[in-house]
Ligand binder design. Sequence first.
Ligand code: NDP
Length: 247
Amino acid sequence: MRLAGKVALVTGGARGIGQAIAMTFAREGADIVVADVNLEIAQKTALEIEGLGRKALALEMDVTKIEAVEEGVNKILDKMGKVDILVNNAGITKDNLLLRMSQADWDAVINVNLKGTFNCIKAVSRPMIKQRNGRIVSIASIIGLMGNPGQANYAASKAGIIALTKTTAKELASRNINANAVAPGFIQTEMTAKLPEELKKKMLEAIPLDKLGTPQDVANACLFLVSEESSYITGQVITVDGGMVMA
Ligand code: NDP
């Protein structure tokens, strides 16, 4: 098991890609903190993790609120003893064309995706610096690399996550803390299941591997980035997109 004895905090870990990440880490031996705005679903995921024989803590935590995040991290230190891994996965979309995008929708997406990631990195960095060890993975998106009509707020937030990741990597490298980002392409989730068939067909034409990704594909990249195998990798963005974006 690659993560035996580690404690991992996964934001937005109750469902979707975050849940796949939480379960994957647990299967590799990590104890998991499932932090989400929805405590009830977080508790369900925590129960599944306990079913694998790991310790799990469900936390009601809104990543946009620094006080809630700091309180959450204190609770983790109290109940789990440490935090070795942070995965910034919580994210939302509120799509509209630039001209029609409201201030409220711009702010909401930047607040959850970018400020939330900053809040969580800030809160865990103190204990990680103290223990001279840590891994931070933030879920960006290929939209943050290439832009997308109707997603100015989302694209800016995800591009911001990439810049924040590089800065974090530079600031914390001397303390043995690695920070990387994963940029998924089109992943089979509730969101993509609802898309019209015509649009899905168009999307597939742009994916060299000719299929959508799965939450497990994203979780596998995260697992690599928090395991010992990637100890010499920091400040990088790994795209999990079937080859859509090639640098
Ligand atoms: P989901 O909406 O399925 O899951 C996101 C989770 O984050 C939900 O449990 C949600 O809770 C939670 N969340 C939302 N706001 C907050 C907050 N303020 N504080 C804490 N938790 C919060 O999303 P996905 O699994 O599809 O996406 C996960 C990540 O992957 C996101 O960052 C997304 O941008 C990124 N991504 C997804 C892609 C895809 O194809 N699905 C492609 C590229 C990137 P609740 O539902 O109760 O609000």
